[in-house]
Design a protein around this ligand. Structure first.
Ligand SMILES: Cc1cc2nc3c(=O)[nH]c(=O)nc-3n(C[C@H](O)[C@H](O)[C@H](O)COP(=O)(O)O)c2cc1C
Length: 225
């Protein structure tokens, strides 16, 4: 743990890692990350997150079940996803991210099989020894709740960074909500928004080579007055 890390450094140390060392994170550190994440703000302090962490044999069992569900085409997302819904600059940035990921692994645009295999790495948690699953109860249209879960996830990720750890938030894990509920014995009243694979990042992994760029502040912010 690097207690002396400034906020400036912590926020820049966080990035989405897609390659991890197999070494498990000590339980006391996972506990500290969860204590930090619980301090995330939420609408009216409702704290609507319900988080499940997998490690060890359970992690392996769940990964195997996810890969099996994917091979059988058994998708069961609680929340919709539509690639075609993205437009303009959002679509451009989405495509640039995909291109950066596949090309870091030496996979070309035409290589459909290679792309499928690289996508499936999501389901083996990119080699991470742990994964967190962020569920919520249904509250109205759950848009406010989803915002709260985003706050939780970012606090979790920044805490990981402050402890010298890394993670990657994964909507893809939410595409198999029934599988996750079944393996972990979770009620269907809880809906899965996304997961976060985490551990000690493997800094020299090819997929960890590039840092995704950001737009200049002026492109996304208007200051009035
Ligand atoms: C809610 C959410 C879901 C995401 N889902 C995935 C995913 O399923 N698989 C993946 O590889 N990356 C996923 N990402 C990571 C994004 O691609 C990444 O945050 C973005 O490219 C910016 O890069 P950075 O996190 O390294 O700054 C997700 C990010 C967020 C915030």
């Amino acid at each position: 743990m690097n207690a002396a890390m400034s906020f400036h450094d912590t926020v820049r140390a966080r990035r989405s890692y897609r390659g991890f060392k197999p070494d498990p994170v000590p339980e006391s550190i996972i506990r500290a990350v969860l204590e930090d994440a619980a301090l995330a703000p939420s609408n009216c302090n409702t704290q609507p997150w319900n988080v499940h962490i997998v490690s060890g044999a359970k992690r392996d069992q769940l990964s195997a079940a996810l890969l099996k569900a994917a091979a059988a085409g058994q998708l069961s997302p609680d929340y919709s996803w539509d690639d075609d819904a993205f437009f303009g600059a959002y679509d451009d940035r989405r495509r640039a991210q995909g291109k950066a990921y596949y090309s870091s692994l030496g996979i070309t645009r035409e290589d459909r099989e290679g792309r499928a295999q690289a996508g499936a790495l999501n389901l083996s948690f990119f080699g991470a020894p742990h994964a967190a699953f962020l569920f919520n109860s249904v509250v109205g249209d759950s848009v406010r709740v989803a915002g709260d879960l985003g706050m939780y996830g970012q606090t979790f990720l920044l805490s990981l960074a402050s402890h010298g750890l890394g993670g990657v938030p994964q909507t893809v894990l939410g595409f198999y909500a029934d599988t996750v509920r079944e393996v972990l014995g979770i009620s269907s009243d809880l809906k899965l928004l996304y997961g976060i694979s985490f551990g000690f990042p493997k800094l020299d992994a090819p997929a960890n080579r590039d840092r995704m760029p950001r737009e200049p502040v002026e492109a996304t912010v208007t200051i009035h007055g």
